[in-house]
Design a binder for this molecule. Sequence first.
Ligand code: PMP
Length: 454
Amino acid sequence: MSAQREAAPEPAPSPAARSDREHLLRSWSSYADAPPAVIAGGEGAHFWDEQGRRWLDFSSQLVNLNVGHQHPRLVAAIRAQAETLCTLAPYHANAATSEAARLIADVAPPGLNRVFFTNGGAEAVENAIRMARLHTGRHKVLTAYRSYHGATAGAIAASGDPRRWPSEPGPPGIVRFWGPYAYRSAFHAADAAQECERALAHLADTIAAEGPQGIAAILLETVVGANGVLVPPDGYLQGVRALCDAHGIAMIADEVMVGFGRCGQWFAIDHWGVVPDLITFAKGVNAGYVPLGGVILSEAIAERYAHRAYPGGLTYSGHPLACAAAVACIGIYRDEGLIERARVLGETVIAPELERLRLRHPSVGDVRGLGAFWGLELVRNPVNREPLVPFNASGAEAAPMAEFAAACKQRGLWPFVVANRLHIAPPLVIAEQDLREGLAIVDAALDVADRYCV
Ligand code: PMP
């Protein structure tokens, strides 16, 4: 028999796969990329494709699906709202939108009591920047090199990661700084305390060099997400708050990825007891069942709009379906104790298991995280920390990480792989047994990465 004859015949693409291939342009992809799995359904921490291949979800669909797929209470709330009132212009009030705003204000840090709704994270960032500029009468915004804030014109310009490059030059007024990252310190710091001190000194120098009287905001991810799961050292966010206070700068905490329980508190910033002036949120607010994001405003910033109109808006701001989903989702977090569960799973299962993987696999250079949000940084050489794939690798250069991801998928785990890292963000409802099985798959798949180690 010829080799050609032996190969299993490719199944004919399904109608969905064909339409996808012929008509869709997906985020951050070319349509020549390998065809994606056509997903047919999901339940809890699992989802499956048209062929019945099933995966345990360690990505929560871009760190989104905190309550898992098809949570019955959330589906029922959306259905009930759909049967009552699907859509409404934002100049009307309705019960779902008002209740969502009340519940969000209720769990937000003290003094943040007013919510402006958007359709997602990028629009939240755009509006937070606008609010900070109007409040301070200043223009510049300081943002971190290791950050992602969304893909609209202003949000991508405010981002530090390489995804901004094709959109440059962006709008003026964005100034970037280096945030703390102990494993690859920009400050050559020896430990977390020194990293904190030097990162704050660098930020203070940046403010002085830019002129504090022109700086409207410091925008930062409380825990950096897509750029590495970077948990700030204790004292850093307090230091940023102090610099903002000293110079009349608004502090914007971007909690789009980590807000609503991912890190084991309602907002990640609650771990440090810091109260920012503005919080951006999306994803976890309703587990992404219907697109929703927003900004939570301090009283001082909101007060400006007591008797004058906010000069910004969206047709779908406060969309009833999305807000009904948020009301149900916040209820689920509370009633099922999911915020606490994120903390407990992190402390008792994820952290110790990942530490075990670090000791066992030479390719695991660093392990870090908080709550149910973790990152494994993969290296070729644990001594000099050379990353498993180069910064911003694509194509053949990125192959080792692609092989590692494929090894996870073959074993039934859907990983969230970014650059040379595995980000671990399972739904907060995941059964402990499933979580342990998923970590065992990561363990087995790391053998693939170890082969590249010198
Ligand atoms: N900010 C952060 C911290 C994010 O992680 C993201 C998306 N991953 C965004 C903003 C943009 O959100 P969206 O994709 O909903 O516009």
